[in-house]
Design a protein around this ligand. Structure first.
Ligand code: DON
Length: 577
């Protein structure tokens, strides 16, 4: 794209942004919260709960770096948003170190215990287990990785003491906080948690009703757990009494026990991975590579759209949604065939995002008619293919954190315990994940091994898509990410595309009804205009409407500083100065 075009695009973004600063986003969907963009010159924290974002901003004010703030945010999220993330789960962290001008990718994804076997989620007759039955209990629990990943990143980029970053959450866990509407709603919907006496005493009233909105929730067990980790480091979690309590809970589940051992916890290591980067228009976009499928899929979708022609700024049309959905279909076909833990499977990352390969994939798209279902391609460097696996249901067990500090360091962290309240095992005031259900339940299909089958010590494939953007001169341009299961890829990529190609301001982009495909039906958010649906059907799409509870948290560079926006579908906020 020529510079003149980029400038006109930038202007469009600027004018849309200016409008958004004075006007809140429209209440486009039922249940959406009224939000405004936040403008900051120096530093910004966007997180899923106001207390968590404030904890991060306070740490920045005390001289902390983006990773110090992220630790404070994560610990507070564990307390106030226990359904979504915490030290019992995993996280993928992209960190831009402004002084070194280097981008780091810290992999805190959970691992399968050493005793795990490919048949883990099969019934005795060889059929896949019922998903919900697999989730609840010890079988689904992966060795948590959040603390090791934060520790590794803190050793490299932290400015405050590790223990100092835990203080806001420790204080709040001891003193208590007001239950939010979202936590109340998810507790009310849950039928398993109230059966556990400890969880019931923590989250419910004596009559079994969830604590009401605004009730004071104190979590002294979590305060004590965090105090130990603040004092003795992550080792206090991976060895000793906390580790023993985790193993006992996982192995001791009465109907669905797991096989995690002390050694699994003691041997857990976070990994430093290469970030996956590519060009889109005049920007450089970096995402998380395997074991996540997010970064590759984002670059594939955008790369295919780029191959289809120049940007056409303006309001999104059904024709745009058609092209986007076809590109997403192609990306999901490759994702299912090729992407899994890189320590177990050779993933042809470079081939999958190669512009010539993507141009070939783009040629498969008919501008007037949907292909319906895409087959995986043959990227350069491929070796063996596995058939696609199914999709999990829409979930609430993940959170995204975006931070920029005053030195220009940036953090994009998606953090998860997988489903809402994870495995429902509560230990030391925190919940254990059910991340192992992100593996394929079927170890093989049509005689081929599925790349994402369960194996001992392996990380399940993720769709988490923490993303950091740079401009043509290599300067930081933005940070983005979202929860949402495998739809994360479309939430993040669709929003970036709306901002970069269509000229939407950040809040307008993340507020628009979602669209896309995961190589099944074409998906529209429940409140999407009926005109989109009929136009897509006329192009041969089979359309499915669904609730699409993204939690997009973005920071983008604007003319006067950083523009932060939190998804109106959840309780998050952007705070900065
Ligand atoms: O890693 C993944 O892709 C999933 N475990 C993320 C789950 C998720 O986003 C649930 N949702 N809100």
């Amino acid at each position: 794209m020529c510079i003149a075009k980029l400038l006109s695009l930038a202007l469009l973004l600027v004018s849309a942004t200016a409008a958004a600063q004075t006007r809140p986003a429209p209440e486009a969907a039922t249940g959406r919260l009224q939000k405004t963009e936040t403008l900051a010159r120096h530093e910004m924290v966007v997180a899923a709960n106001p207390l968590a974002a404030q904890a991060g901003l306070d740490i920045l004010h005390r001289g902390g770096s983006a990773i110090d703030a992220a630790i404070a945010v994560q610990m507070m999220l564990n307390l106030v948003e226990p359904q979504s993330s915490g030290i019992g789960g995993g996280a993928l962290i992209l960190y831009w170190d402004a002084r070194q001008k280097l981008l780091y990718a810290y992999d805190g994804r959970e691992t399968a215990p050493a005793a795990a076997r490919p048949s883990r989620f099969l019934n005795p007759d060889g059929t896949p287990m019922d998903f919900r039955k697999a989730v609840i209990g010890g079988r689904s629990v992966g060795v948590p990785g959040v603390l090791r990943a934060l520790e590794l990143a803190h050793q490299a980029h932290g400015r405050l003491d590790w223990g100092q970053d835990f203080q806001p959450a420790i204080a709040a866990a001891a003193a208590g906080f007001a239950v939010s509407p979202r936590l109340h709603e998810l507790l009310s919907q849950d039928s398993v948690l109230p059966q556990d006496p400890v969880a019931r005493a923590l989250f419910y009233q004596p009559d079994g009703q969830a604590l009401p909105v605004g009730a004071l929730l104190r979590n002294p067990d979590l305060a004590e757990t965090l105090r130990r980790i603040a004092t003795d480091g992550a080792d206090a979690f991976y060895r000793g009494p906390i580790a023993e309590a985790i193993v006992a809970a996982v192995r001791g589940h009465p109907t669905n026990p797991g096989d995690m051992t002390d050694a699994d916890l003691a041997n857990y290591h976070a990994a430093v991975r290469p970030a996956v980067c590519g060009s889109f228009r005049l920007l450089r976009i970096c995402g998380f590579g395997p074991p996540s499928s997010g970064g590759i899929a984002t670059l594939q979708i955008l790369g295919i759209l780029q191959a289809l022609g120049p940007a056409k700024p303006g309001p999104v049309t059904p024709q745009d949604i058609h092209l986007y959905s076809e590109a997403a279909r192609l990306a999901f076909a490759d994702r299912d065939a090729y992407v899994a833990d890189p320590d177990f499977v050779r993933v042809p990352v470079d081939g999958l995002i190669d512009p010539a390969y993507l141009a070939g994939r783009a040629r498969l798209i008919d501008p007037q008619h949907s292909m319906g279902h895409a087959e995986p391609g043959e990227p350069p460097g491929r070796r063996g293919m596995a058939p696609p696996i199914g999709f999990g249901p829409s979930e609430h067990g993940t959170s995204h954190v975006s931070i920029i500090d005053r030195d220009g360091n940036a953090l994009s962290m998606t953090t998860t315990i997988e489903s809402a309240f994870g495995s429902h095992l509560l230990v030391g005031g925190f919940l254990l994940n059910n991340q192992l259900t992100d593996f394929s339940f079927l170890p093989e299909r049509n005689g081929s091994a599925v790349v994402n089958r369960v194996e001992a010590g392996k990380r399940p494939r993720s769709s988490m898509s923490p993303t950091i953007l740079f401009d043509a001169t290599g300067h930081l341009y933005g940070v983005a990410g979202s929860p949402g299961g495998s739809v994360i890829i479309n939430y993040v990529t669709g929003s970036l595309w709306l901002m970069i190609d269509k000229g939407y301001a950040p809040l307008a982009a993340i507020s628009l009804p979602h669209f896309g495909s995961r190589n099944g039906l074409t998906e529209l958010e429940a409140d999407a205009p009926i005109s989109w649906e009929s136009a897509l059907e006329a192009m041969g799409h089979k359309v499915r409407r669904l609730e699409m509870t993204s939690g997009l948290h973005v920071i983008m560079r604007g003319p006067q500083g950083w523009i932060g926006a939190a998804d109106p579908r959840r309780e998050g906020v952007a705070l900065g100065d």
